[in-house]
Design a protein around this ligand. Structure first.
Ligand code: NAD
Length: 525
């Protein structure tokens, strides 16, 4: 059972999911920074929204922390770098508000086209201004979409249903993908020259800051209307204001501003401008989805499983072919550290066969995690494992090699004269992990909690020596595999035992005649 500190309001369903999984969920909203420092001590997970500053000091006080969950998208309030350094995973809920923001864009498009807020304000102030607020239809108009990602493509679907013709600018999307969304790709200038309405859905980056500026607006189709629900600063507000005043731009609808709150913007004086205070994600559904998603991600992190929305993980996707190899790769890492008796200064992780055709970054992380679990005292997780490797001077090289003649897929860790390799045996839903390479020996043995790896002279009676010693100590052998070396001079015995083999017994065997080397290995996950 883990302790989960929920420091801000999230959906009840999210809290229920955490509690139903058997965790101790403590909801403490409104903590001041000092109270937060006290409250995080001993917590394994911390869940926040945007109001809690998860600083380096908070992370330092939270010595048991495994994961920080941000129920929402932005991570401005979480020191991700400090979390990474401490091996704390940071997860967010990047897709929870996409539908809401797409609907907000559609709402603003219509509100701007039909002057709905202005007409409403006039009427409630006692003015019946029917001719003043005449609008335009969306039907048959060209909509330019800048940024055809998650939100942009949902807007494309919805605008198509209104009978709009779609053009788009997104240098990272293929012509085919855009066409599948009903949009023709254009340059940015062409989009602005052709469109009656433009809606912006790009992330804020150095490249997109000021993307819609004076020059672009001056060359745009006269009367163009602009909707921005992405981020403030992507549209240059001063240039937009001037272009609306001059009539070059027909109007705008903005949910986001360069400074928020924007104070008294000159844009607010223009009656062709519709504004909302960054409400794109503000729906019940988006908040619910964020709470539930974050609870799901936190549960995965606490269980030590792969977490798809972890932002500080060096591997972002895991295919169904790769996933079953994660545990095996970690076990190979542990086994390798035992055989090598500590850390090597370089490690090759080789992928062969079917698995080599997939993104295997996560498996390299798993192998390193196993290696460090055995050889390092500091807490190592998927998150900081590369930093730990770098700090300890371990150079890691992942290689995709040609198919193996013997195995459908093979993962091998190698450094100097040591190598360990594993595969999954058998088809079906639950293929069984097997260690198939140990140094220069081939064998087939399942990883187990208690194992003995014995290298001995290749002569008769050696199995008896080991078997007898274990038997006298009352330790039963659950399975055993023997593999000769390629040169035939030595043999390798790998045994799984029902319980741990005491170190005195390992030492006794080490000094027995014919035993060349012995390692007790524990492959608990
Ligand atoms: P996304 O990452 O799914 O899509 C962004 C798209 O922009 C991608 O297709 C990418 O290829 C494209 N892009 C990146 N750089 C570009 C460039 N220089 N020129 C043109 N295209 C470029 O993002 P999303 O989830 O669809 O979010 C879109 C925007 O909406 C983001 O800015 C996000 O912050 C914002 N957003 C706002 C609210 C709100 O409350 N108003 C809520 C959610 C998201």
């Amino acid at each position: 059972m883990a302790r989960v500190l929920v420091a801000e309001k999230i959906a009840d369903r999210g809290i229920d999911l955490l509690a139903e999984a058997g965790h101790d969920v403590e909801v403490r909203e409104g903590l001041d920074p000092d109270q937060l420092l006290d409250a995080v001590a001993g917590a394994h997970a911390l869940v926040v929204r945007s109001g809690t500053q998860v600083t380096a000091s908070v992370l330092a006080a939270a010595t048991d922390l495994v994961v920080v969950g941000r129920a929402g998208v932005g991570l401005d309030n979480v020191d991700v770098e400090a979390a990474t350094e401490r091996g704390v995973m940071v997860v967010n809920a990047p897709t929870s508000n996409i539908l809401s923001v797409a609907e907000q864009a559609m709402g603003l498009l219509l509100a701007q086209a039909r002057n709905i807020p202005q007409a409403h304000a006039a009427l409630v102030a006692g003015r019946w201004e029917r001719s003043r607020w005449e609008g335009v239809e969306l039907y048959g108009k060209v909509l330019g979409i800048v940024g055809l990602g998650r939100a942009g493509s949902l807007v494309a679907q919805r605008a198509a249903a209104f009978g709009m013709r779609l053009v788009a600018y997104d240098p990272y999307v293929s012509v085919e993908r855009a066409r599948a969304m009903g949009a023709e790709l254009r340059s940015l200038a062409e989009v602005f020259a052709e469109a009656d309405f433009v809606t912006i859905h790009v992330p804020k980056t150095p490249e997109t800051t000021g993307l819609v500026g004076r020059e672009l607006l001056e060359k745009a189709k006269r009367g163009i209307r602009i909707v921005n629900t992405s981020r403030g600063g992507i549209v240059d507000e001063d240039a937009l204001c001037d272009a609306i005043r001059s009539g070059a731009v027909g109007g705008a609808a903005l949910d986001v501003f360069a400074a928020e709150p924007p104070g008294a913007s000159p844009l607010f004086e223009l009656d062709r401008v519709v504004v909302t205070p960054h409400l794109g994600a503000s729906t019940e559904e988006a908040q619910d989805k964020a709470g539930v998603t974050i609870a799901e991600q936190v549960l995965l992190a606490l269980a030590g499983d792969f977490v798809p929305f972890a932002v500080n993980l060096a591997a972002s996707e895991v295919s169904e072919t790769v996933r079953p190899f994660m545990r095996l790769s970690e076990q190979l890492g542990r086994l390798f550290a035992c055989l090598h008796e500590g850390l090597p200064d370089r490690l090759e992780v080789e992928y062969r066969g079917e698995i080599a055709e997939h993104a295997t970054g996560i498996l390299t992380l798993c192998a390193l995690k196993g290696l460090f679990a055995q050889a390092a005292e500091e807490p190592v997780s998927y998150v900081n494992v590369h930093q730990v490797a770098e700090r300890r001077g371990l150079a890691v090289e992942a290689i995709s090699a040609a198919a193996s003649p013997f195995y459908k897929s093979l993962v091998t860790l190698r450094s100097g004269s040591h190598s360990v390799g594993g595969t999954l045996a058998g088809a079906g839903v639950r293929p069984e992990p097997r260690i198939v390479v140990l140094d220069d020996h081939t064998l087939e043995v399942p990883p187990a909690e208690h194992m003995l790896v014995v290298r001995n002279d290749d002569r008769a009676g050696m199995i008896g020596v080991v078997g007898m010693a274990l038997g006298l100590a009352g330790i039963s052998i659950s399975s055993m595999a023997v593999g000769p070396s390629a040169d035939g001079h030595s043999a390798l015995m790998v045994l799984s035992t029902a319980g741990p083999v005491p170190s005195e017994l390992v030492e006794h065997l080490r000094h027995s005649d014919g035993i060349l080397g012995i390692h007790a290995v524990s492959l608990t996950p």
